[in-house]
Design a protein around this ligand. Sequence first.
Ligand code: PLP
Length: 345
Amino acid sequence: MNDFDSARLLDPPAFPADRVAGLADRLAALIGSSGDVLLIQAEAVVALEAIAASLGRPGLKAINIVTSPYGVWFGRWLRRAGASVVEIRAEAARPVSARAVAATLDAHPDAKLLAVVYAESASGIRNPIDAILPLARERGLLTVVDAVASLGGHAFAAEAMGADVVAIGPQKALAGPAGISAVAVSERAWSHIDRPDAPHTSTLSLVDQKRLWLDAGRGALPGTPAPLELWALAAALDRVEAEGMDSIVNRHAEAAAAARDGLHALGLTPWVSAVEASHLVTTFAVPADVNTELLLERLRACDPEFSLGVGPGAERLIRLNHTGRRADPAVVHAMISALASALNR
Ligand SMILES: *Cc1c(COP(=O)(O)O)cnc(C)c1O
């Protein structure tokens, strides 16, 4: 906050309409998609709701993997759109297993869609999508991946991994603005989205985005363009491209490894193994003899980014946030020091 001057945000120039498509193309490269990338002028959870509202329909059976509240909401939105939803739930706050997914897919050969969150910021876990997505694609299902907390934190390549529809947001590992997000849509996904009964005249309609933006030559975004968000996204992409995606992913992987090492050194055990863990947040279960509220209060006095996990089974986890600019050895070191002194008292 020290040298932040909010008055500088006033009176921004309009974002040039001929540069908007370039933002989408740059995101497509980061996502590893050769399909279309739609820009949603809202936070990423709206992009997820738009995907569910646009893909869900009566007669569609969907397999929805639930490992956090995001998955719960996604299933709710699919049902609201008329779809029947089969849920796969892992043990509370744990990743789902590919074996459980295969069994559910085999039990529901009429399912047409599979939805999964890759890395979870809610609990610090990561679902094994390298194993899950091929299972769905082999059976001809369309795949939806919430990569909001993954892009920039983990190697990600939508097309190569078999992800048809991908939601991303710039505000996590990419350290960009929170008020704009994106949906990548593969070529084959459009036939599921662009149907005569698809919702339209709605901010949640991906078909509207197609008609009003893609088919109209990808100039200014439909509705009122938000120049602050667009400029901030452009600046974030400049910084991401200058650093390079591989080194951003490495920086997050190293921050996660340092956080895990630090927990071990304090005699604490990370909530999940390294292969099951997100690189954006590291979590541990508060030891039974420690008062969680008191510990969190002391930690937050040092760094307000300490927080409890979100969702069933995650409420007793404390999250160390090393996302975006915080994926930095000095930040991780400071968090571990704060934890050491809070536990000592
Ligand atoms: C943060 C997050 C979202 C929601 O993103 P917002 O931009 O905060 O709406 C969705 N899914 C996952 C996995 C996230 O971590």
